[in-house]
Design a protein around this ligand. Structure first.
Ligand code: NAD
Ligand code: TYD
Length: 377
């Protein structure tokens, strides 16, 4: 095998797309999917590649330092793509300790294991890479200086034709970290540990901070899959506050493609922001979702608009996220491939066509998959 790469969190939403891309695109690589299968990990997300010869699933907790180090030694790992994390802001508000443990201590465990394993080799860090996947939420919230929206200064293929910018300032790589939620505080802390391992030990690290992802296999606690499922079943859509908060949306496969480019061509010690210049107010995303689900189910478009239910706002709810990804575009030539409306249409179709996946996730049945398919393998 040309390379041996651990992808942590590979049974989750984004991780499963990264694992799929690497397993299919690089048959000469050994891809080790390391995941402890929390509620967010689902092996059904990897069903189409589970029998590929270059794929191995390892049920392991990233906090279990001894086991992680032993796996790196056994598999002669030369690359780590680290996605495993607790990822939902609402859960972090209820249970911040779990977020500190997984996102901070888990990342530290991965870093320390990679460091000790690579330092034990004659060639040390040569040809090695530790790539940490982070979020734009570490930068905090941007102001909404244009609440009605203005023509954006930049655009990409992901930008909708109806795309507006809601402020002049965008997240750039040199921006100060100002996390507000326990989730983003824990991710910020893990980013600092990654950079400290580069500066202190010379570990060949890269950090990327991406905007909100959407697409197939996302756990239906996040806005887009939750609302698609609720519209389908005509259940209320709980919109926090007035629905005025702005998020910058990127199709998950475009994030996975960026991770591929950056893992192979990114410069050590650098940070890259990943996003598609695609800001949307939540209420406008929700209207697109309602129209798309209605149309694809043969209902009159907008028939389900009354499902919108304004509820108490999220505590500390960040007002606006907007990524400036020009560095990545200029230096490494990455561009998103899908426009927002195309991505939403694909996503809605996927959830409607994969009702069984959704039913297994909402009933909890997906958690039996490991026992049925993997135990004793
Ligand atoms: P997810 O919640 O869907 O998946 C997380 C995965 O990590 C799950 O498979 C879970 O089982 C695994 N995991 C959790 N704790 C673990 C532990 N202790 N040991 C091993 N595995 C563990 O998350 P996601 O949305 O796919 O996000 C993946 C990464 O990308 C996270 O680091 C997140 O911060 C980052 N990110 C997410 C978004 C987004 O919009 N979803 C945007 C930018 C960055
Ligand atoms: P979410 O998908 O949880 O991602 P994040 O909080 O990481 O941005 O939420 C996206 C936006 O949608 C966010 O502004 C909160 C809002 N939201 C709702 O209004 N209602 C909901 O039920 C959820 C889950 C989110």
């Amino acid at each position: 095998m040309k390379r041996s790469i651990i992808i942590t969190g590979g049974a989750g939403f984004i991780g499963s797309h990264v694992v799929r891309l690497f397993v299919n695109k690089y048959p000469e690589y050994r891809i080790l999917c390391l995941d402890s299968l929390t509620y967010a990990g689902n092996l059904a997300n990897l069903k189409d590649i589970e029998d590929k010869p270059n794929f191995r699933f390892v049920k392991m907790d990233i906090c279990d330092f001894d086991s992680v180090l032993a796996l790196m030694q056994e598999e002669k790992v030369d690359g780590v793509i680290h996605l495993a994390a607790e990822s939902h802001v609402d859960r972090s508000i209820k249970d911040p300790f779990t977020f500190a443990k997984t996102n901070v201590l888990g990342t530290l465990s991965m870093l320390q294991a990679a460091r000790l394993w690579w330092e034990s080799l004659p060639e040390k860090y040569e040809g090695k890479r530790f790539y940490h996947i982070s979020t734009d939420e570490v930068y905090g919230a941007l102001e909404m200086t244009h609440p009605e929206g203005v023509k954006p200064p930049f655009s990409t293929r992901a930008s909708s034709d109806h795309h507006l910018a809601y402020g002049e300032v965008f997240f750039t790589e040199d921006m100060k970290y100002q996390p507000h939620s326990p989730y983003s505080a824990a991710k910020a802390s893990s980013d600092h540990f990654v950079r400290a391992f580069h500066d202190t030990y010379g570990l060949p690290t890269i950090v990327t901070n991406c905007s909100n992802n959407y697409g197939p296999y996302q756990f239906p606690e996040k806005l887009i899959p939750l609302f698609i499922n609720n519209i389908r079943h005509r259940k209320p859509l709980p919109v926090y506050g007035k629905g005025e908060n702005v998020r910058d949306w990127l199709y998950v496969e475009d994030h996975a493609r960026a991770i591929d480019v950056i893992f192979h061509k990114g410069k050590v010690a650098e940070t890259y922001n990943i996003g598609g210049f695609n800001e949307w107010k939540n209420i406008d995303v929700i209207k697109v979702l309602i129209n798309t689900v209605d149309r694809l189910l043969g209902r009159p478009e907008g028939a389900d608009i009354d499902l919108i239910t304004f509820v108490t706002d999220r505590a500390g709810h960040d007002l606006r996220y907007a990524i400036d990804s020009r560095k990545l575009q200029k230096e490494l030539g990455w561009e998103p491939s899908l426009q927002f409306e195309e991505g939403i249409e694909k996503t809605v179709r996927w959830y409607l066509d994969n009702q069984e996946w959704m039913d297994n996730v909402t009933s909890g049945d997906y958690q039996k998959y490991y026992d049925e398919m993997y135990k004793g393998r």
